[in-house]
Structures are given as structure tokens and as C-alpha cells.
Ligand binder design. Structure first.
Ligand code: PLP
Length: 419
């Protein structure tokens, strides 16, 4: 009844509402499973867009939420501060690389990216360097769906190409990999540095743009060039943060400390929406002044929502108390081995894994509805997009559910490749 009556009123994400098949009615989650209204259970291969790293409904997070719910579900941060936010900010400062010590909370990843861009622009205004108002970002990058975030996404291949020409104009370049490309990248940065506020990158994995990987040397080299030419380096770890690439943060693998870092998604272990933009000491100091004009003029109504902060603190407990990072890291070879048979299939271009991300890239994705039906029949939740099939399961997935996912994916891809 709720489904029939509500269906027309919920406008779904990235969906042509006229043509799209009906969305599945989810009624419960538990561990790595999603239950549908007819009682069927699906093994989740995506962990709700890479958020539920401990699996759904982890009792420790649920308990923290219940306790917080009864004391203070929300209070405005303007004029107040509270224990869940202050504890979380301190813990994040310890956990994040270097002197990323100043946490500005937001309510979604896109907003955290907006704040990062604004913070970088104002950093230059506050330090008296006018005209540094553009960003360098990379083809195949994805940073969110709001206007500023869209402006630094891939302008052609991404989902926002419709808005090309309307968005603020940025410098969007190929991610350098070879020696020659690095020389070119550096000379470009050097020539435009007086116009550039910052470089923004998804470290190690360009996620929604096709799960494209680069190595830690590449990341470190881009960082070093940005630093050499005095350009702010912004790491968008909204997807990669909290163990997804095998270390707590992808930047750890390159041993770099960005000037600004965005985090979100798995910050609360997938239980609540929360994100943050974290600034280094130097960036923070540019705002720390006697004049009000130098302050950061931003403040989402629900920023640092106590329930969300309580969930995030509980999620960090689990990283401390359980072998969560090791579990995530161990998935790399398991995914690589399990997906390897797909490489021989016609139409498959590449099979790769990094941390808890397994990818089968194809020449062209087709028969998407057929695929969705096959996956559903087999009791798995796998959602191919662009030119990839991918798995980003909870780090806690057990062997049986892992095999169910990878077997179904390989079997379905074999059938699909023959269609
Ligand atoms: C790297 C990256 N940045 C930003 C975002 C946007 O986050 P949100 O969907 O919470 O706005 C995403 C979401 O997929 C992301 O992967």
C-alpha cells in the first residue's frame, strides 16, 4: 500500500522516472543483506554506495544511536557545541594525516566539497592573493552533484555534461601518469598558478567516474607539484576514506597531508548522513583573525547533527576494536582472484581490484534491465553503470555471501557476454 501510494511522489536519483523499472521495495537491512517487502533477501554488493563498511545495523552503532536519540537528537551548532561533535572532531584530527586538525561538519559529501572549494577560494582572498579563483581537476573525476562540485567533475564523460558551459569554468585535465605527462602537467600548473586556487582529486580511485585507479606514486607526484607551485591540494576522500582502498585513508599510501580533505559516506558506518571538510593548520590560520570578514561564511542547518556524530564515533570505535581495516584490505586479493575468470569473456576490457573494490570493465554496457533481473533472481544487489560491473561490499562480508556475490557476477557476465 505505501509503495503503490508513495511511488509517484518520490523522485528517484539518476532516474528517468517515465521509463525506469520500479525501484525495489526495501523494508529492512541486516549485516550484508537487504530484505524486500515480499520477504526476499539480497546480498548487497555495493554497501549502499560504499557507506556500510561494518555491514548494516551493527549493534554497536545502533546502541550509540539509541542512547543519543534519548538525550539530544539534534541541536543547532550555531551558538552551541556538543560532546559527540567535539569528541569526533578530536578523534578525526588524530586519525587524519599530519595537521588536518580543523573539522567543519556538513550533511552530505557534495556540501563538503562545496565547502572545500569555498574554503580554498577564501584562503586566497584572506591571504591577499586576488584572482586565484579556478580549480584544477581531472577527467573521469566525480565530486558530487551541487553546482560547485559539478564544475570540477568530468565535463564530458560524467553525468553533468548537460550543464557544460553554465557551470563555473575550471581547468579539467587528464590525470598525468607518464613522465612526459607530468612535465606537461607541471608546466601547465606553473603557467596558470596565479589563477589557480587549488587542485582537487579523488586519491587513488576515481570512483563514480568508472572506478579508475592510479598508484600512490602518481598521487604523491601530483601533490608535490601542487606544493612546489604553492597551489592548495584538496583530497576528496568521500569515497576512498575509512578503509575502502585498504588503508584508513588513500592519502596514507602516498604519505601526503593535503591542505584540505573531504570525508563522508562511511564516516558513520553507513547509518546516518554526515560529511566533513577538514583543514590543515595553515588553511585554518588564514581564517583565524580579528576581523569577522575573514570568517568562513557557511553553516548547514543540521551540521554536526549529534545523532550522526554519535554514529561516527561508534564507527571509529569499531575500526579500533575490530580488525576492520585488515578485513577491508584482505578483500583486494579475494576480489581480484574471484573476478579474474571474467577477463576471458568477450567484451571485457579489464579486471582490477584495489582494497575492497573489485571491478570488471567492459567495452559497452548493454541489456541493463536483463542484467538487473538476473541479479535479482540470484538474490544479489549488483548495479552496473557506465562501463563497469563492480563490487564494494561491507568489509565484514562472510565467505558464503562473498561467494554468492562473485559467483553470481561471473555467471551472469558469462551469460550476458553471449547475448
Ligand atoms: C568522491 C566523491 N565526492 C563527493 C561525492 C558526493 O557525496 P554525496 O553523494 O554524499 O553528496 C561522492 C559520492 O559518490 C563521491 O564519491
Amino acid at each position: 500500500m505505501w509503495y503503490e501510494q508513495g511511488r509517484e511522489h518520490v523522485w528517484l536519483p539518476y532516474t528517468q522516472m517515465k521509463r525506469a523499472p520500479l525501484a525495489l521495495p526495501a523494508v529492512a537491512t541486516n549485516g550484508t543483506r537487504i530484505t524486500l517487502s515480499d520477504g526476499r533477501e539480497l546480498v548487497d554488493g555495493i554497501a549502499s554506495w560504499w557507506t556500510a563498511c561494518h555491514g548494516y545495523n551493527h549493534p554497536h552503532i545502533t546502541k550509540a544511536l539509541e542512547t543519543q536519540l534519548h538525550t539530544m537528537p539534534h541541536v543547532m551548532l550555531g551558538g552551541f557545541n556538543h560532546e559527540p561533535a567535539m569528541t569526533l572532531a578530536q578523534r578525526l584530527s588524530k586519525l587524519l594525516p599530519g595537521d588536518l586538525n580543523h573539522v567543519f561538519f556538513a550533511d552530505s559529501g557534495s556540501v563538503a566539497v562545496e565547502v572545500a572549494l569555498k574554503m580554498a577560494l577564501q584562503y586566497w582572498i584572506n591571504t591577499g592573493e586576488n584572482g586565484r579563483d579556478r580549480f584544477v581537476s581531472f577527467n573521469f573525476g566525480y565530486h558530487g552533484d551541487t553546482i560547485g562540485a559539478m564544475s570540477v567533475c568530468d565535463p564530458d564523460e560524467g553525468m553533468h555534461s548537460l550543464f557544460k558551459g553554465i557551470l563555473p569554468q575550471q581547468f579539467i585535465v587528464d590525470l598525468p601518469r607518464t613522465k612526459e605527462e607530468f612535465i606537461e602537467f607541471e608546466s601547465f600548473l606553473k603557467s596558470k598558478k596565479n589563477e589557480i586556487a587549488g587542485v582537487i582529486i579523488e586519491p587513488l580511485v576515481q570512483g563514480a567516474g568508472g572506478m579508475k585507479f592510479h598508484d600512490s606514486e602518481t598521487l604523491a607526484a601530483i601533490y608535490n607539484i601542487a606544493k612546489k607551485h604553492n597551489v592548495l591540494f584538496i583530497a576528496d576522500e568521500i569515497m576512498t576514506g575509512f578503509g575502502r582502498t585498504g588503508t584508513m585513508f588513500a592519502c596514507n599510501q602516498a604519505e601526503i597531508t593535503p591542505d584540505i580533505m573531504c570525508i563522508g559516506k562511511a564516516l558513520t558506518g553507513g547509518a546516518m548522513t554526515l560529511a566533513a571538510t577538514v583543514a590543515s593548520e595553515e588553511v585554518y590560520q588564514a581564517f583565524y583573525a580579528d576581523t569577522y570578514k575573514a570568517a568562513l561564511m557557511h553553516g548547514p542547518t543540521y551540521m554536526a547533527n549529534p545523532l550522526a556524530c554519535a554514529a561516527a564515533n561508534a564507527s571509529l570505535d569499531l575500526f579500533e576494536q575490530e580488525p576492520r581495516l585488515a578485513q577491508g584490505a584482505a578483500l583486494q586479493s579475494l576480489l581480484a582472484d574471484a573476478l579474474e575468470p571474467c577477463r576471458a569473456l568477450p567484451g571485457v576490457v579489464d579486471v582490477r581490484a584495489k582494497g575492497a573494490i573489485g571491478v570488471v570493465q567492459v567495452e559497452r554496457l548493454r541489456k541493463v534491465s536483463w542484467l538487473a533481473e538476473r541479479f535479482l533472481e540470484q538474490g544479489v544487489w549488483i548495479q552496473p553503470y557506465g562501463d563497469i560491473f563492480y563490487l564494494t561490499p561491507a568489509f565484514t562480508i562472510d565467505d558464503a555471501d562473498f561467494s554468492t556475490l562473485t559467483d553470481s557476477l561471473c555467471r551472469t557476465m558469462a551469460d550476458w557476454s553471449r547475448l
